[in-house]
Design a protein around this ligand. Structure first.
Ligand SMILES: C[S@@+](CC[C@H](N)C(=O)[O-])C[C@H]1O[C@@H](n2cnc3c(N)ncnc32)[C@H](O)[C@@H]1O
Length: 256
């Protein structure tokens, strides 16, 4: 990818921020965390520690900031960073409405300029997890974590990408692109719902990258759409996502 994807993605999110405020408001109001495209109940997924008292936590690509809000509610000292000033405006407004003490900063998750080893816990739900180059943002997350610190991230499953037609139409049961050599996709000029530039890797390449950076893998989860899901969300038909995993969650640790 030779395009300036950070600027392209930042401009996209600044332009679309207003459209995400309604979802942000709903999720800030959710009493318990819910995850991903179909807001799966946590139900033992355990993306966040139950008790986050005394933890320094960071959300990388926080968007409207509801995950940061849930972490603050669990007792963490929270920093949310995002490259989009407009998304951060929504995040700050919601934090104020909910009385959540979160520090929101404008920064690129690939190069935050925050101090080394300043966090115990890092998370990204569809933030840096898909919009940043994996080798860069994962190395940055590793740098930011203290030894023993954990990184959890949720993004699209590689299977959903290979089943997505190049036109940007919803994914289906055909393998539309090679798995081998997967890096992500440029959605800026597709026919249906153009957006930005997103990253993903094959399973083997994710694992090799974690090893190269120094992370150990604690857990890996695949998410399906719940039984009640219907229609199409984010170019994923509910029926497809009841049979195939549309999302993946990696739980990583920086060794002690
Ligand atoms: C779908 S939102 C995810 C956040 C949150 N879970 C939500 O849904 O509101 C994606 C966010 O990633 C941010 N983002 C994209 N590229 C980024 C980068 N290089 N550094 C930090 N944030 C980035 C976007 O600005 C956007 O707010």
């Amino acid at each position: 990818m030779t395009k300036d994807y950070v600027t392209i993605n930042r401009d996209l999110w600044n332009a679309e921020a207003a459209d995400w405020a309604e979802i942000g408001a709903r999720l800030w109001a959710s009493p318990e965390p819910v995850w991903g495209n179909w807001n799966n109940a946590d139900d033992g997924l355990g993306l966040l520690p139950e008790d986050m008292s005394d933890l320094d936590a960071i959300e990388l690509g926080c968007g409207t900031g509801y995950v940061s809000g849930w972490m603050a509610k669990r007792g963490a000292r929270v920093t949310g960073i995002d490259v989009s000033a407009e998304q951060l405006k929504s995040a700050r407004r919601f934090a104020q409405e909910h009385g959540a003490d979160v520090q929101f900063l404008e920064a690129n998750a690939e190069d935050t300029a925050l101090p080394d080893q300043s966090f115990d816990f890092a998370i990204s739900e569809y933030g840096a997890a898909i919009w940043c180059r994996p080798s860069l943002w994962l190395a940055e997350a590793f740098r930011l974590l203290r030894p023993g610190g954990r990184l959890v991230f949720l993004g699209n499953h590689p299977l959903s990408l290979i089943c997505s037609p190049p036109s940007g139409a919803p994914c289906d049961d055909t393998l539309h692109r090679p798995y081998r050599g997967m890096w992500g996709a440029d959605w800026t000029e597709v026919e249906f719902e153009p957006s930005g530039i997103c990253f993903n890797l094959t399973m083997a390449d994710w694992m090799a990258l974690f090893l190269q950076i120094g992370f150990t893998v604690e857990r890996y989860q695949e998410l399906y759409a719940p039984d009640w899901a219907e229609g199409v969300r984010a170019a994923i038909p509910a029926d497809w996502a009841k049979s195939y995993p549309m999302e993946q969650v990696w739980h990583l640790q920086k060794p002690l």
